[in-house]
Design a protein around this ligand. Sequence first.
Ligand code: ADP
Ligand code: 5GP
Length: 208
Amino acid sequence: MIEKGSLIVYSGPSGVGKGTVLKTLLAPAGPLVLSVSATTRAPREGEVNGREYHFVTREKFEQMVKEGDMLEYAEYNGNYYGTPKSFVERQLEMGNDVILEIETKGAAQVKKLCPEAVLIFIMPPSYQELENRLLGRGTETAEQCAGRLKAALREIEAAENYDFIIVNDTVENARLQLMKAVSAGKLICRINKNKIYEVLKNVKTGNE
Ligand code: ADP
Ligand code: 5GP
């Protein structure tokens, strides 16, 4: 029987470097499969439909939610973002480790629904550095950046609910730590309860 893959939730405030760090682990023969989310936000320059996101209208997104196609979804800064369920389920069944790059409200939904998910939060070295990176990326208007930086405070507080925190000081450090967190995640007790029962189930104590 194929052992099911790990479900990994990966979050962090906008501009912290989630995409930059993750890209280094998603090479064609890399160890992780990325779940491509659906969103109602407009594509950024260079983003390709089906690669960075499935770009859909609000109507289409709401229909997907109504039909139960989403594992989780949330509204973030005026747009919907959600994880199509069937792709994730299929990949896990095939034994692949699947990573969901999602914000913290969606992560909380996954944690409730799938207690076996491993939650990893990527933190900036400081709030000032987060601001520099987000503004420096230059992909959002000043108003959108302000909204994202405000959301960042709420998201950083939510890091308490994660299994691992990685500080993205340098991309190389963060990459190595992300790899370690993915490996260590497979050993977390709540994910391995079956191993306890496997050993105990056939033991004759003599007290029965
Ligand atoms: P996110 O996916 O979290 O929104 P990005 O990966 O788009 O963030 O990174 C935001 C900006 O920060 C980009 O311009 C990226 O090149 C830069 N960046 C990412 N990681 C680092 C780092 N460790 N040090 C300095 N700049 C970084
Ligand atoms: P961006 O617009 O910068 O691509 O993404 C904005 C935020 O939405 C990021 O925190 C990103 O992780 C999050 N996000 C992307 N896809 C999903 C998703 O499927 N579900 C949820 N809940 N958040 C997502």
